[in-house]
Design a binder for this molecule. Structure first.
Ligand code: HEC
Ligand code: HEC
Length: 484
Protein backbone atom coordinates (compact mmCIF):
# COMPACT_ATOMS: atom_id res chain seq x y z
CA UNK A 1 0.00 0.00 0.00
CA UNK A 2 1.45 3.38 -1.01
CA UNK A 3 1.74 6.46 1.17
CA UNK A 4 -1.22 8.10 -0.49
CA UNK A 5 -3.65 5.30 0.22
CA UNK A 6 -2.40 5.11 3.79
CA UNK A 7 -3.26 8.77 4.23
CA UNK A 8 -6.76 8.08 2.91
CA UNK A 9 -7.24 5.32 5.45
CA UNK A 10 -6.20 7.64 8.25
CA UNK A 11 -8.97 10.11 7.47
CA UNK A 12 -11.51 7.36 7.66
CA UNK A 13 -10.48 6.31 11.15
CA UNK A 14 -9.63 9.73 12.57
CA UNK A 15 -11.06 9.60 16.11
CA UNK A 16 -13.45 12.18 17.45
CA UNK A 17 -11.66 14.70 19.62
CA UNK A 18 -14.51 15.48 22.01
CA UNK A 19 -14.44 19.10 20.84
CA UNK A 20 -14.04 20.88 17.58
CA UNK A 21 -10.66 21.32 15.93
CA UNK A 22 -7.83 21.55 16.60
CA UNK A 23 -7.15 18.18 18.13
CA UNK A 24 -4.29 17.57 20.51
CA UNK A 25 -3.62 14.03 19.34
CA UNK A 26 -1.27 13.89 16.35
CA UNK A 27 -3.22 14.38 13.14
CA UNK A 28 -2.83 12.30 10.02
CA UNK A 29 -0.54 14.08 7.63
CA UNK A 30 -2.89 15.90 5.30
CA UNK A 31 0.00 17.71 3.71
CA UNK A 32 0.61 14.56 1.65
CA UNK A 33 -0.68 14.40 -1.88
CA UNK A 34 -3.58 11.93 -2.09
CA UNK A 35 -4.01 9.83 -5.15
CA UNK A 36 -6.62 11.20 -7.52
CA UNK A 37 -7.24 14.47 -5.72
CA UNK A 38 -6.24 16.46 -8.78
CA UNK A 39 -9.27 14.94 -10.56
CA UNK A 40 -12.17 16.17 -8.39
CA UNK A 41 -14.77 14.79 -10.80
CA UNK A 42 -13.01 11.42 -11.02
CA UNK A 43 -11.79 10.18 -14.39
CA UNK A 44 -14.71 12.19 -15.83
CA UNK A 45 -12.92 15.46 -14.91
CA UNK A 46 -12.03 17.54 -17.93
CA UNK A 47 -8.59 18.96 -18.66
CA UNK A 48 -9.56 21.83 -20.94
CA UNK A 49 -7.41 24.94 -20.71
CA UNK A 50 -8.56 27.40 -18.05
CA UNK A 51 -11.06 29.86 -19.46
CA UNK A 52 -14.30 31.64 -18.69
CA UNK A 53 -16.01 28.45 -19.89
CA UNK A 54 -14.30 26.09 -17.47
CA UNK A 55 -17.66 25.04 -15.97
CA UNK A 56 -19.39 24.51 -19.31
CA UNK A 57 -17.62 21.35 -20.48
CA UNK A 58 -19.24 17.93 -20.20
CA UNK A 59 -17.86 15.00 -18.24
CA UNK A 60 -15.30 13.26 -20.42
CA UNK A 61 -17.06 9.90 -20.18
CA UNK A 62 -19.87 10.68 -22.66
CA UNK A 63 -20.29 8.81 -25.94
CA UNK A 64 -20.36 10.79 -29.15
CA UNK A 65 -24.15 10.60 -29.38
CA UNK A 66 -24.42 11.76 -25.76
CA UNK A 67 -22.19 14.74 -26.48
CA UNK A 68 -24.74 15.80 -29.06
CA UNK A 69 -27.55 15.62 -26.51
CA UNK A 70 -25.37 17.64 -24.15
CA UNK A 71 -25.03 20.36 -26.81
CA UNK A 72 -28.80 20.42 -27.37
CA UNK A 73 -29.38 20.72 -23.63
CA UNK A 74 -26.79 23.48 -23.49
CA UNK A 75 -28.77 25.42 -26.11
CA UNK A 76 -31.91 25.09 -23.96
CA UNK A 77 -30.02 26.30 -20.90
CA UNK A 78 -29.16 29.47 -22.86
CA UNK A 79 -32.49 29.77 -24.64
CA UNK A 80 -34.14 33.16 -24.33
CA UNK A 81 -37.83 32.73 -23.54
CA UNK A 82 -40.30 35.29 -24.92
CA UNK A 83 -43.83 36.26 -23.93
CA UNK A 84 -46.79 34.46 -25.52
CA UNK A 85 -48.24 34.74 -28.04
CA UNK A 86 -45.32 34.78 -30.42
CA UNK A 87 -44.55 33.27 -33.79
CA UNK A 88 -41.95 30.96 -32.23
CA UNK A 89 -44.19 28.69 -30.19
CA UNK A 90 -41.22 26.60 -29.07
CA UNK A 91 -39.81 29.58 -27.15
CA UNK A 92 -42.84 31.38 -25.82
CA UNK A 93 -44.60 31.22 -22.50
CA UNK A 94 -42.29 33.45 -20.47
CA UNK A 95 -43.87 34.50 -17.15
CA UNK A 96 -46.36 36.08 -16.77
CA UNK A 97 -44.22 36.69 -13.66
CA UNK A 98 -40.52 35.86 -13.85
CA UNK A 99 -37.07 36.44 -12.38
CA UNK A 100 -35.08 35.97 -15.57
CA UNK A 101 -35.60 34.99 -19.21
CA UNK A 102 -33.14 32.12 -19.29
CA UNK A 103 -31.23 29.76 -17.03
CA UNK A 104 -27.81 31.24 -17.83
CA UNK A 105 -28.96 34.69 -16.70
CA UNK A 106 -28.56 33.43 -13.14
CA UNK A 107 -26.15 30.52 -13.54
CA UNK A 108 -23.68 32.76 -15.33
CA UNK A 109 -21.65 30.63 -17.80
CA UNK A 110 -22.77 27.64 -15.67
CA UNK A 111 -21.11 29.28 -12.68
CA UNK A 112 -22.81 31.14 -9.90
CA UNK A 113 -24.93 34.27 -9.94
CA UNK A 114 -24.33 37.52 -8.10
CA UNK A 115 -26.33 40.01 -6.06
CA UNK A 116 -27.46 43.13 -7.92
CA UNK A 117 -24.90 45.90 -8.27
CA UNK A 118 -25.85 49.46 -7.16
CA UNK A 119 -29.49 50.19 -8.02
CA UNK A 120 -30.02 47.44 -10.59
CA UNK A 121 -32.78 44.89 -10.12
CA UNK A 122 -31.42 41.38 -9.48
CA UNK A 123 -31.08 39.14 -12.54
CA UNK A 124 -29.08 36.33 -10.93
CA UNK A 125 -30.60 36.16 -7.45
CA UNK A 126 -34.13 35.88 -6.12
CA UNK A 127 -35.95 36.19 -2.82
CA UNK A 128 -37.86 33.24 -1.43
CA UNK A 129 -40.95 34.35 0.49
CA UNK A 130 -42.83 32.64 3.29
CA UNK A 131 -45.02 33.26 6.30
CA UNK A 132 -44.88 31.49 9.67
CA UNK A 133 -46.38 27.99 9.41
CA UNK A 134 -49.33 26.94 11.56
CA UNK A 135 -48.79 23.75 13.56
CA UNK A 136 -50.17 21.22 10.98
CA UNK A 137 -48.11 22.96 8.27
CA UNK A 138 -45.05 22.74 10.50
CA UNK A 139 -45.56 18.97 10.62
CA UNK A 140 -45.89 18.77 6.84
CA UNK A 141 -42.70 20.77 6.46
CA UNK A 142 -40.86 18.57 8.88
CA UNK A 143 -41.99 15.42 7.09
CA UNK A 144 -40.84 16.79 3.72
CA UNK A 145 -44.26 17.36 2.15
CA UNK A 146 -44.36 21.17 2.24
CA UNK A 147 -41.42 23.44 1.42
CA UNK A 148 -42.79 26.53 3.15
CA UNK A 149 -46.03 28.46 3.52
CA UNK A 150 -46.20 31.02 0.70
CA UNK A 151 -47.34 34.61 1.06
CA UNK A 152 -51.09 34.48 0.22
CA UNK A 153 -50.73 37.17 -2.47
CA UNK A 154 -47.10 37.03 -3.65
CA UNK A 155 -46.50 33.28 -3.53
CA UNK A 156 -43.24 31.57 -2.65
CA UNK A 157 -40.81 33.75 -4.58
CA UNK A 158 -40.63 37.44 -5.45
CA UNK A 159 -40.74 37.83 -9.22
CA UNK A 160 -39.43 41.28 -9.92
CA UNK A 161 -40.17 41.10 -13.67
CA UNK A 162 -43.38 40.49 -15.63
CA UNK A 163 -44.76 40.45 -19.16
CA UNK A 164 -46.64 43.45 -20.55
CA UNK A 165 -49.94 44.37 -18.87
CA UNK A 166 -49.14 42.30 -15.79
CA UNK A 167 -47.64 44.20 -12.83
CA UNK A 168 -44.27 42.98 -11.54
CA UNK A 169 -44.36 42.03 -7.86
CA UNK A 170 -41.93 44.60 -6.56
CA UNK A 171 -38.43 45.99 -6.57
CA UNK A 172 -35.55 44.76 -4.47
CA UNK A 173 -33.45 47.23 -2.49
CA UNK A 174 -30.36 46.31 -0.48
CA UNK A 175 -28.61 48.15 2.34
CA UNK A 176 -25.34 47.05 3.85
CA UNK A 177 -24.11 47.01 7.42
CA UNK A 178 -20.34 46.91 7.88
CA UNK A 179 -18.73 44.58 10.40
CA UNK A 180 -15.01 44.87 11.08
CA UNK A 181 -13.10 41.73 12.03
CA UNK A 182 -9.60 41.65 13.52
CA UNK A 183 -7.43 38.57 12.99
CA UNK A 184 -4.02 37.43 14.16
CA UNK A 185 -1.11 39.47 12.83
CA UNK A 186 -3.35 42.52 13.18
CA UNK A 187 -4.97 41.73 9.82
CA UNK A 188 -8.38 43.25 9.38
CA UNK A 189 -11.38 42.30 7.29
CA UNK A 190 -14.61 44.18 6.64
CA UNK A 191 -17.74 42.08 6.19
CA UNK A 192 -20.82 43.54 4.48
CA UNK A 193 -24.13 42.27 5.82
CA UNK A 194 -26.91 42.81 3.27
CA UNK A 195 -30.38 43.84 4.48
CA UNK A 196 -33.10 43.31 1.88
CA UNK A 197 -36.19 45.45 1.37
CA UNK A 198 -39.01 45.19 -1.17
CA UNK A 199 -40.42 48.42 -2.65
CA UNK A 200 -42.98 49.28 -5.33
CA UNK A 201 -45.29 46.40 -4.44
CA UNK A 202 -47.44 45.46 -7.44
CA UNK A 203 -50.27 43.69 -5.58
CA UNK A 204 -50.83 45.57 -2.33
CA UNK A 205 -49.35 44.83 1.06
CA UNK A 206 -47.41 41.70 1.85
CA UNK A 207 -48.20 39.52 4.87
CA UNK A 208 -47.19 41.41 8.05
CA UNK A 209 -44.98 38.51 9.16
CA UNK A 210 -43.38 37.94 5.76
CA UNK A 211 -40.00 36.19 5.81
CA UNK A 212 -37.39 36.74 3.11
CA UNK A 213 -34.59 34.45 1.98
CA UNK A 214 -32.29 35.88 -0.69
CA UNK A 215 -30.58 33.20 -2.80
CA UNK A 216 -27.95 33.58 -5.45
CA UNK A 217 -27.73 30.90 -8.16
CA UNK A 218 -25.15 28.22 -7.24
CA UNK A 219 -22.59 26.94 -9.75
CA UNK A 220 -23.70 24.00 -11.93
CA UNK A 221 -20.53 21.86 -11.97
CA UNK A 222 -20.56 18.17 -11.15
CA UNK A 223 -24.24 18.04 -10.24
CA UNK A 224 -24.85 14.60 -11.75
CA UNK A 225 -21.96 13.23 -9.70
CA UNK A 226 -23.48 14.69 -6.52
CA UNK A 227 -26.78 13.07 -7.47
CA UNK A 228 -24.93 9.75 -7.86
CA UNK A 229 -23.48 9.66 -4.33
CA UNK A 230 -25.27 6.79 -2.58
CA UNK A 231 -27.63 8.23 0.04
CA UNK A 232 -26.19 5.87 2.69
CA UNK A 233 -22.78 7.54 2.37
CA UNK A 234 -24.36 10.91 3.17
CA UNK A 235 -26.65 9.61 5.90
CA UNK A 236 -23.73 7.85 7.59
CA UNK A 237 -22.35 11.28 8.51
CA UNK A 238 -25.58 12.54 10.03
CA UNK A 239 -25.31 13.26 13.74
CA UNK A 240 -28.42 15.29 14.58
CA UNK A 241 -27.92 15.18 18.36
CA UNK A 242 -24.13 15.55 18.12
CA UNK A 243 -23.75 12.22 19.89
CA UNK A 244 -19.97 12.19 19.32
CA UNK A 245 -19.90 15.58 21.04
CA UNK A 246 -17.57 17.26 18.54
CA UNK A 247 -19.68 20.40 18.24
CA UNK A 248 -20.81 19.43 14.73
CA UNK A 249 -24.20 17.85 14.17
CA UNK A 250 -25.35 17.69 10.56
CA UNK A 251 -28.91 16.81 9.63
CA UNK A 252 -30.30 15.33 6.46
CA UNK A 253 -32.98 17.27 4.61
CA UNK A 254 -35.97 15.13 3.52
CA UNK A 255 -38.17 16.32 0.70
CA UNK A 256 -40.94 14.98 -1.50
CA UNK A 257 -39.69 14.43 -5.04
CA UNK A 258 -42.30 15.24 -7.68
CA UNK A 259 -40.12 13.47 -10.24
CA UNK A 260 -39.74 10.23 -8.29
CA UNK A 261 -43.03 10.46 -6.36
CA UNK A 262 -41.41 9.57 -3.08
CA UNK A 263 -39.72 11.08 -0.06
CA UNK A 264 -35.99 11.44 -0.73
CA UNK A 265 -32.81 12.89 0.71
CA UNK A 266 -32.52 16.57 -0.32
CA UNK A 267 -29.26 17.46 -2.06
CA UNK A 268 -29.67 20.55 -4.24
CA UNK A 269 -30.15 24.21 -3.41
CA UNK A 270 -28.68 26.14 -0.47
CA UNK A 271 -30.97 24.34 1.96
CA UNK A 272 -30.95 21.02 0.08
CA UNK A 273 -34.61 21.64 -0.78
CA UNK A 274 -34.58 19.48 -3.92
CA UNK A 275 -33.81 15.78 -4.06
CA UNK A 276 -33.18 15.38 -7.78
CA UNK A 277 -31.98 17.48 -10.69
CA UNK A 278 -35.29 16.84 -12.46
CA UNK A 279 -37.17 18.43 -9.55
CA UNK A 280 -34.74 21.34 -9.34
CA UNK A 281 -34.66 22.05 -13.10
CA UNK A 282 -38.39 21.84 -13.62
CA UNK A 283 -39.21 24.00 -10.63
CA UNK A 284 -36.71 26.56 -11.96
CA UNK A 285 -38.51 26.53 -15.30
CA UNK A 286 -41.87 27.03 -13.57
CA UNK A 287 -40.99 29.54 -10.88
CA UNK A 288 -37.93 31.44 -12.10
CA UNK A 289 -38.92 31.75 -15.78
CA UNK A 290 -42.64 30.94 -15.69
CA UNK A 291 -42.52 27.97 -18.09
CA UNK A 292 -45.04 25.15 -17.48
CA UNK A 293 -43.55 21.67 -17.92
CA UNK A 294 -44.38 18.00 -17.32
CA UNK A 295 -43.64 18.13 -13.57
CA UNK A 296 -45.15 21.56 -12.93
CA UNK A 297 -47.71 21.95 -15.73
CA UNK A 298 -49.26 25.30 -14.81
CA UNK A 299 -48.35 27.97 -17.37
CA UNK A 300 -48.66 30.53 -14.56
CA UNK A 301 -45.76 29.48 -12.36
CA UNK A 302 -45.86 31.22 -8.99
CA UNK A 303 -48.99 33.37 -9.75
CA UNK A 304 -51.52 33.15 -6.90
CA UNK A 305 -55.33 33.45 -7.07
CA UNK A 306 -54.95 36.99 -5.77
CA UNK A 307 -53.05 37.91 -8.96
CA UNK A 308 -55.82 37.87 -11.57
CA UNK A 309 -53.93 39.92 -14.17
CA UNK A 310 -51.31 37.17 -14.10
CA UNK A 311 -53.80 34.29 -14.32
CA UNK A 312 -55.66 35.79 -17.27
CA UNK A 313 -52.55 36.66 -19.34
CA UNK A 314 -51.73 34.71 -22.52
CA UNK A 315 -49.92 31.44 -22.03
CA UNK A 316 -47.61 29.51 -24.33
CA UNK A 317 -49.25 26.07 -24.13
CA UNK A 318 -49.17 24.43 -27.53
CA UNK A 319 -49.96 20.98 -28.99
CA UNK A 320 -46.40 20.93 -30.37
CA UNK A 321 -45.19 20.87 -26.73
CA UNK A 322 -47.59 18.25 -25.32
CA UNK A 323 -50.01 21.14 -24.57
CA UNK A 324 -47.45 22.60 -22.21
CA UNK A 325 -44.98 25.44 -22.63
CA UNK A 326 -42.03 23.01 -22.51
CA UNK A 327 -42.54 19.35 -23.43
CA UNK A 328 -40.69 16.39 -21.93
CA UNK A 329 -38.36 16.29 -24.96
CA UNK A 330 -37.09 19.70 -23.84
CA UNK A 331 -36.90 18.97 -20.12
CA UNK A 332 -35.16 15.63 -20.78
CA UNK A 333 -32.40 17.41 -22.69
CA UNK A 334 -32.10 20.06 -20.02
CA UNK A 335 -31.78 17.30 -17.43
CA UNK A 336 -29.15 15.50 -19.48
CA UNK A 337 -27.20 18.73 -19.65
CA UNK A 338 -27.41 19.54 -15.93
CA UNK A 339 -26.42 15.98 -15.03
CA UNK A 340 -23.35 15.84 -17.20
CA UNK A 341 -21.63 19.17 -16.61
CA UNK A 342 -18.10 18.20 -15.69
CA UNK A 343 -15.61 19.31 -13.08
CA UNK A 344 -12.29 20.86 -14.14
CA UNK A 345 -9.13 18.99 -13.16
CA UNK A 346 -6.98 20.82 -10.61
CA UNK A 347 -3.80 22.43 -11.90
CA UNK A 348 -1.57 22.56 -8.85
CA UNK A 349 -2.80 19.93 -6.41
CA UNK A 350 0.80 18.86 -5.73
CA UNK A 351 2.28 22.30 -5.01
CA UNK A 352 3.88 22.58 -1.61
CA UNK A 353 1.89 25.65 -0.58
CA UNK A 354 -1.35 24.00 -1.68
CA UNK A 355 -0.58 20.87 0.30
CA UNK A 356 0.38 22.94 3.35
CA UNK A 357 -2.97 24.70 2.98
CA UNK A 358 -4.78 21.38 2.81
CA UNK A 359 -3.20 20.49 6.13
CA UNK A 360 -4.49 23.80 7.56
CA UNK A 361 -7.95 23.02 6.19
CA UNK A 362 -8.06 19.72 8.07
CA UNK A 363 -6.47 21.12 11.18
CA UNK A 364 -9.05 23.91 11.42
CA UNK A 365 -11.86 21.34 11.27
CA UNK A 366 -13.23 22.40 7.88
CA UNK A 367 -13.40 18.79 6.68
CA UNK A 368 -15.85 17.95 9.46
CA UNK A 369 -18.53 19.41 7.18
CA UNK A 370 -16.70 19.86 3.88
CA UNK A 371 -16.24 16.08 3.49
CA UNK A 372 -13.51 15.67 0.89
CA UNK A 373 -14.30 12.52 -1.04
CA UNK A 374 -16.89 9.92 -2.09
CA UNK A 375 -17.29 7.13 -4.59
CA UNK A 376 -20.38 7.42 -6.77
CA UNK A 377 -22.91 4.62 -7.08
CA UNK A 378 -22.54 1.66 -9.43
CA UNK A 379 -26.25 1.92 -10.01
CA UNK A 380 -26.30 4.97 -12.28
CA UNK A 381 -25.55 5.93 -15.86
CA UNK A 382 -22.10 4.56 -16.90
CA UNK A 383 -20.79 8.09 -17.52
CA UNK A 384 -21.12 8.90 -13.81
CA UNK A 385 -20.79 5.50 -12.13
CA UNK A 386 -18.05 4.51 -9.68
CA UNK A 387 -16.14 7.74 -9.84
CA UNK A 388 -13.98 8.84 -6.92
CA UNK A 389 -14.99 12.46 -6.53
CA UNK A 390 -13.81 15.34 -4.32
CA UNK A 391 -16.71 17.75 -3.82
CA UNK A 392 -15.77 18.81 -0.24
CA UNK A 393 -19.30 18.68 1.16
CA UNK A 394 -21.34 16.38 3.40
CA UNK A 395 -24.54 17.71 1.73
CA UNK A 396 -26.06 17.95 5.23
CA UNK A 397 -27.68 20.89 7.00
CA UNK A 398 -25.74 22.73 9.70
CA UNK A 399 -26.50 25.53 12.13
CA UNK A 400 -24.34 28.35 10.77
CA UNK A 401 -25.22 30.87 13.47
CA UNK A 402 -27.12 34.18 13.49
CA UNK A 403 -24.82 36.01 11.04
CA UNK A 404 -25.95 33.87 8.11
CA UNK A 405 -29.51 33.26 9.33
CA UNK A 406 -32.73 34.50 7.85
CA UNK A 407 -36.15 33.57 9.24
CA UNK A 408 -37.35 31.51 6.28
CA UNK A 409 -37.85 27.82 7.07
CA UNK A 410 -37.61 25.36 4.17
CA UNK A 411 -38.88 21.85 4.86
CA UNK A 412 -37.05 20.98 8.08
CA UNK A 413 -34.24 23.51 7.65
CA UNK A 414 -34.59 26.45 10.00
CA UNK A 415 -33.44 29.94 9.06
CA UNK A 416 -29.96 29.37 10.49
CA UNK A 417 -29.42 26.00 8.79
CA UNK A 418 -27.68 25.68 5.45
CA UNK A 419 -26.37 22.81 3.36
CA UNK A 420 -22.57 22.58 3.37
CA UNK A 421 -21.59 24.20 0.09
CA UNK A 422 -19.42 21.96 -2.14
CA UNK A 423 -16.02 23.61 -2.60
CA UNK A 424 -14.91 22.03 -5.87
CA UNK A 425 -14.32 24.62 -8.55
CA UNK A 426 -14.08 27.40 -5.93
CA UNK A 427 -10.90 28.89 -7.43
CA UNK A 428 -12.59 29.37 -10.82
CA UNK A 429 -15.42 31.50 -9.45
CA UNK A 430 -14.28 34.98 -10.44
CA UNK A 431 -12.91 33.99 -13.83
CA UNK A 432 -16.31 32.62 -14.76
CA UNK A 433 -18.39 35.41 -13.26
CA UNK A 434 -16.32 38.46 -12.23
CA UNK A 435 -19.28 39.83 -10.23
CA UNK A 436 -19.79 36.64 -8.24
CA UNK A 437 -19.62 36.52 -4.46
CA UNK A 438 -19.66 33.56 -2.08
CA UNK A 439 -22.30 32.09 0.27
CA UNK A 440 -26.04 31.71 -0.30
CA UNK A 441 -26.69 35.36 -1.05
CA UNK A 442 -23.33 36.17 -2.61
CA UNK A 443 -22.48 38.55 0.26
CA UNK A 444 -18.84 37.50 0.69
CA UNK A 445 -16.52 39.26 -1.74
CA UNK A 446 -13.63 36.91 -1.03
CA UNK A 447 -13.17 33.34 0.13
CA UNK A 448 -11.71 34.66 3.41
CA UNK A 449 -14.87 36.71 4.00
CA UNK A 450 -16.93 33.57 3.41
CA UNK A 451 -14.94 31.79 6.13
CA UNK A 452 -15.29 34.72 8.53
CA UNK A 453 -19.09 34.56 8.16
CA UNK A 454 -19.09 30.96 9.47
CA UNK A 455 -20.72 30.71 12.92
CA UNK A 456 -22.82 28.23 14.89
CA UNK A 457 -21.40 24.74 14.48
CA UNK A 458 -18.60 26.21 12.36
CA UNK A 459 -17.59 28.87 14.86
CA UNK A 460 -14.63 26.91 16.23
CA UNK A 461 -13.28 26.38 12.70
CA UNK A 462 -13.78 30.05 11.86
CA UNK A 463 -12.03 31.13 15.08
CA UNK A 464 -9.18 28.79 14.35
CA UNK A 465 -8.63 30.61 11.04
CA UNK A 466 -9.04 34.12 12.47
CA UNK A 467 -7.39 33.72 15.87
CA UNK A 468 -5.01 30.79 15.82
CA UNK A 469 -3.51 30.61 12.36
CA UNK A 470 -0.59 32.87 11.57
CA UNK A 471 -1.09 35.13 8.53
CA UNK A 472 1.18 32.73 6.59
CA UNK A 473 -0.93 29.70 7.50
CA UNK A 474 -4.09 31.60 6.59
CA UNK A 475 -2.58 32.39 3.21
CA UNK A 476 -1.74 28.71 2.71
CA UNK A 477 -5.35 27.81 3.49
CA UNK A 478 -6.57 30.30 0.90
CA UNK A 479 -4.05 29.03 -1.66
CA UNK A 480 -5.44 25.53 -1.14
CA UNK A 481 -9.06 26.71 -1.51
CA UNK A 482 -8.17 28.65 -4.66
CA UNK A 483 -6.60 25.49 -6.08
CA UNK A 484 -9.89 23.57 -5.89
C1 HEC B 1 -33.56 33.91 -11.32
C2 HEC B 1 -32.36 33.15 -11.18
C3 HEC B 1 -32.37 31.70 -11.63
C4 HEC B 1 -32.75 31.19 -12.84
C5 HEC B 1 -33.33 31.92 -14.03
C6 HEC B 1 -32.47 29.79 -12.78
N1 HEC B 1 -31.92 29.46 -11.58
FE1 HEC B 1 -31.31 27.62 -11.02
N2 HEC B 1 -30.96 28.32 -9.15
C7 HEC B 1 -31.14 29.62 -8.74
C8 HEC B 1 -31.02 29.69 -7.31
C9 HEC B 1 -31.15 30.93 -6.45
C10 HEC B 1 -30.76 28.39 -6.86
C11 HEC B 1 -30.62 27.93 -5.42
C12 HEC B 1 -32.04 27.71 -4.95
C13 HEC B 1 -32.20 27.37 -3.51
O1 HEC B 1 -31.35 27.62 -2.70
O2 HEC B 1 -33.23 26.79 -3.20
C14 HEC B 1 -30.70 27.55 -8.07
C15 HEC B 1 -30.39 26.21 -8.06
C16 HEC B 1 -30.32 25.43 -9.21
C17 HEC B 1 -29.80 24.08 -9.24
C18 HEC B 1 -29.19 23.32 -8.07
C19 HEC B 1 -27.72 23.64 -8.00
C20 HEC B 1 -27.03 23.20 -6.74
O3 HEC B 1 -25.82 23.34 -6.67
O4 HEC B 1 -27.66 22.74 -5.80
C21 HEC B 1 -29.99 23.63 -10.52
C22 HEC B 1 -29.65 22.25 -11.06
C23 HEC B 1 -30.60 24.69 -11.26
N3 HEC B 1 -30.77 25.78 -10.43
C24 HEC B 1 -30.98 24.60 -12.59
C25 HEC B 1 -31.59 25.63 -13.29
C26 HEC B 1 -32.11 25.49 -14.62
C27 HEC B 1 -32.11 24.24 -15.47
C28 HEC B 1 -32.63 26.71 -14.96
C29 HEC B 1 -33.37 27.11 -16.22
C30 HEC B 1 -34.56 26.33 -16.51
C31 HEC B 1 -32.40 27.59 -13.83
N4 HEC B 1 -31.78 26.90 -12.84
C32 HEC B 1 -32.75 28.92 -13.82
C33 HEC B 1 -31.40 30.71 -9.54
C34 HEC B 1 -31.86 30.60 -10.84
C1 HEC C 1 -20.34 23.20 10.58
C2 HEC C 1 -20.06 22.92 9.19
C3 HEC C 1 -18.99 23.71 8.48
C4 HEC C 1 -17.67 23.88 8.85
C5 HEC C 1 -16.95 23.32 10.06
C6 HEC C 1 -17.09 24.69 7.81
N1 HEC C 1 -18.02 25.01 6.87
FE1 HEC C 1 -17.72 26.10 5.20
N2 HEC C 1 -19.70 26.08 4.79
C7 HEC C 1 -20.65 25.41 5.52
C8 HEC C 1 -21.96 25.76 5.06
C9 HEC C 1 -23.28 25.23 5.61
C10 HEC C 1 -21.78 26.68 4.02
C11 HEC C 1 -22.88 27.43 3.25
C12 HEC C 1 -23.27 28.66 4.08
C13 HEC C 1 -24.10 29.69 3.35
O1 HEC C 1 -24.11 29.73 2.13
O2 HEC C 1 -24.71 30.52 4.03
C14 HEC C 1 -20.34 26.85 3.87
C15 HEC C 1 -19.74 27.66 2.93
C16 HEC C 1 -18.39 27.78 2.75
C17 HEC C 1 -17.74 28.55 1.72
C18 HEC C 1 -18.45 29.32 0.61
C19 HEC C 1 -18.75 28.39 -0.54
C20 HEC C 1 -19.55 29.00 -1.64
O3 HEC C 1 -19.80 28.28 -2.60
O4 HEC C 1 -19.93 30.18 -1.59
C21 HEC C 1 -16.39 28.42 1.88
C22 HEC C 1 -15.31 29.03 1.03
C23 HEC C 1 -16.19 27.59 3.04
N3 HEC C 1 -17.41 27.21 3.53
C24 HEC C 1 -14.95 27.26 3.55
C25 HEC C 1 -14.77 26.69 4.80
C26 HEC C 1 -13.49 26.58 5.46
C27 HEC C 1 -12.17 27.00 4.88
C28 HEC C 1 -13.73 26.01 6.68
C29 HEC C 1 -12.75 25.76 7.78
C30 HEC C 1 -12.10 26.93 8.30
C31 HEC C 1 -15.16 25.73 6.76
N4 HEC C 1 -15.76 26.17 5.61
C32 HEC C 1 -15.77 25.12 7.82
C33 HEC C 1 -20.40 24.53 6.56
C34 HEC C 1 -19.20 24.44 7.24
Amino acid sequence: MGRASLALLCIAVQPSSGRAAPVDAPLPDHSLYQQGEEMPGGTASHQNALSRDSFSHPVTTLTLAQRLDFRLGDALFRKLWVAAPSSTTASDGLGPLFNARFCQSCHVRDGRGHPPVANEQPTALFLRLSIPPARPQQQQMYSGHLASVPDPVYGSQLQNFSVQNVPAEGKVRIQHEEITVTMTGNEQGVLLKPVYHIDALGYGPMHPQLRLSPRVAPPMLGLGLLEAIPAEQILAREDPEDSNNDGISGRAQWVWSSAEQRLMLGRFGWKAGNATLADQNNSALANDIGIGNPLFPSAYGDCTVAQQACLTAHNGNTPAQENLEAASTMTDLLLFYARHLGVPARQDARDEEVLAGKQQFHQAGCAQCHTPTYTTSTDTTPALAQQTIWPYSDLLLHDMGPGLADEHQEYRAAGHEWRTAPLWGLGHTRRINPKAGYLHDGRARTVLEAILWHGGEAEAARNHVAQRMTPTQRQQLLTFLESL
